[in-house]
Ligand binder design. Structure first.
Ligand code: ZN
Length: 153
């Protein structure tokens, strides 16, 4: 599928609705209603989805990503969880003064997916296809790089 701006609005609504059910801070969630959503032409490649910029309150999402190899229902799960990652994992956590790095993003994805899985069997299955392993690898590599740089002064 090619992601459109309307898709991003839909994912945002779902992310914020789930955040309310979980009991996140309403004042910070209001700020996410104003987050600029941008569709970026092309494929996300190793990024899986997109990125977030807290200074500009902006989320950019590539119009295509590796989910195109999945059945339609799981493409939705992939893209929804991607929005959870950017909007809550990075932006909300940053604005709320919490940890907002990649690990925080992944933890958010799992928390939100587990919440939806209580009512939706696709999300129970979706928990198994969320790109958690590559992300953990990426975080591990980042940590290694950091260590490497530290060791080199
Ligand atoms: Zn991220």
């Amino acid at each position: 599928m090619r992601i459109t701006y309307q898709d991003l609005e839909r994912y945002r609504s779902n992310t914020i609705e789930t955040a309310r059910q979980i009991g996140l801070d309403e004042v910070v969630l209001e700020k996410l209603q104003d987050t600029e959503l941008v569709v970026v032409p092309g494929d996300s490649g190793r990024l899986f989805y997109g990125n977030a910029n807290y200074e500009h309150n902006r989320v950019r999402v590539y119009e295509q990503n590796p989910s195109r190899y999945l059945p339609k229902t799981f493409q939705e799960v992939w893209n929804q969880t991607g929005m959870d990652h950017e909007l809550i994992g990075h932006l909300y956590n940053r604005y709320n003064g919490g940890r907002s790095d990649e690990l925080a993003g992944v933890k958010t994805q799992l928390r939100f997916a587990a919440h939806r899985a209580k009512k939706d069997p696709y999300w129970a299955l979706g928990l198994t296809i969320i790109p958690i392993i590559p992300v953990i690898k990426r975080v591990t590599n980042l940590a290694k790089d950091h260590l490497h740089h530290s060791n080199n002064g």
